[in-house]
Design a protein around this ligand. Structure first.
Ligand SMILES: *Cc1c(COP(=O)(O)O)cnc(C)c1O
Length: 392
């Protein structure tokens, strides 16, 4: 399997076929497992073999297929699947940190990630420093002898800033800290965070991996010592397990992931180019555009600019709302990575908990809208967005 290329891994990786030889992966919708004897039960609790299970909170064959398939894609030694992306973020950070430790995190974080870092971790005695993730000297200056984790999202939400993964990894590893990357916006297809130097990579599978708006899910990937050690210990005892049904949806989602995100990213680039300079827009932010302030870094660490575009509509909230309300194909929703194109106004939805100063610090203006580009015909999308901008 290691020698296979991405698309082959995504279709065949991790398959566990039962005695029936089913073509499509089976859903093992069971929380428990039966042992042929008391001795066999004892043996399994003493030492769990590679393809053995005792309880679905610890592991399940369908969940294991998903974990093995995404680990193969990512080139990771191991993976642990979780009930949501947030269970993955929470699990990774709580498994790595304890009272007296220090974490450095980029301030441009997904709202729930910011809550864990800013509010939850300090409650348990973890010191926190938030930095501008794009500024390597800020990461360097924030490091302390007790820094155990550097955590960031790249690309960031919703302003699509890139963090230099190799750069932060060099700084963190000098002090023995681990680098944890939330790679959702970049997708595992376009950015190999582990290869670039990250120690742990996290996905909300809810986004591109499902890609069709059905299930919540998440996954943490890294080396075997961490995943099968402290991470598994934390997650199996705190209950963040992925349901076997949802794991099956994610497993099948992986089969088409490469095709979908490449098509979505190609459409995103086409739309970003077509919309650049539009007289109703103050700004078009897309990492695949040469006008992106970090285009060189994006080109070096990503294979494409991703599936999300952010647009700054002239005229603030009122104009942005008029645009959203005029769209006929693009849906107003706060998911992303979906087959359906989706638009959201971060200042009043996903980021509405932030203060005006925080919003300004993150570059989230009143006119900013985040567009997740789907699988529709790109000409139809451009026509829809253009007519909506006319109404802005
Ligand atoms: C959605 C998202 C999460 C959380 O994932 P859930 O599956 O909703 O729990 C975390 N990080 C990023 C960057 C996300 O986009």
């Amino acid at each position: 399997m290691d020698k296979w290329n991405t698309r082959t891994k995504l279709v065949h990786g991790g398959v566990r076929r039962s005695q029936y030889g089913e073509l499509s992966e089976a859903i093992y919708l069971t929380q428990g497992f039966v042992y042929p004897s008391a001795e066999a039960a004892q043996a399994r609790f003493d030492a769990l073999g590679d393809d053995e299970f005792i309880y679905a909170r610890y592991g399940n064959p369908t969940v294991a297929m998903f974990e093995d398939r995404i680990a193969a894609l990512e080139g990771a030694e191991a993976a642990f699947a979780t009930a949501s992306g947030m269970a993955a973020v929470n699990g990774a950070l709580f498994a790595l940190l304890e009272a007296g430790d220090h974490i450095v995190a980029a301030k441009a974080l997904f709202g729930s990630c910011l809550f864990i870092v800013e509010t939850l971790l300090p409650r348990y005695g973890v010191e926190v420093t938030l930095v501008d993730g794009t500024d390597l000297s800020a990461w360097d200056a924030a490091m302390r002898p007790n820094t155990k984790v550097c955590f960031f999202e790249t690309l960031s939400n919703p302003t699509l800033e890139a963090v230099d993964i190799a750069g932060v990894a060099a700084i963190a590893h000098k002090s023995g800290a681990k680098v944890v990357v939330d790679n959702v916006f970049a997708t595992p297809i376009f950015q190999r965070a582990l290869t670039l130097g990250a120690d742990v990579v996290i996905y909300s599978a809810t986004k591109h991996i499902d890609g069709q708006g059905r299930c919540l899910g998440g996954v943490v990937l890294g080396d075997k010592d961490f995943i099968r050690g402290p991470l598994e210990m934390y997650l199996k005892h705190t209950g963040g397990a992925l349901s076997p049904f949802n794991a099956w949806v994610m497993l099948k989602g992986l089969e088409t992931l490469d095709l979908r995100v490449r098509a979505q990213a190609a459409s995103a680039l086409t739309l970003a180019k077509a919309l650049q300079g539009h007289d109703k827009l103050a700004k078009v932010i897309y990492p695949g555009l040469e006008s992106h302030p970090q285009h060189a870094l994006v080109s070096a660490q990503m294979e494409a600019g991703g599936t999300v575009i952010s647009l700054e509509v002239k005229g603030g909230k009122a104009a942005a709302f008029r645009m959203l309300n005029a769209l006929k194909i693009v849906l107003i929703s706060n998911n992303l990575g979906d087959a359906k194109s989706i638009i959201t106004h971060p200042a009043t939805t996903t980021h509405s908990r932030l203060s005006e100063a925080q919003l300004a610090g993150l570059g989230i203006g009143e006119g900013l809208v985040r567009l997740s580009v789907g699988l529709e015909d790109v000409g139809d999308l451009l026509a829809d967005i253009s007519q909506a901008l006319d109404c802005a």
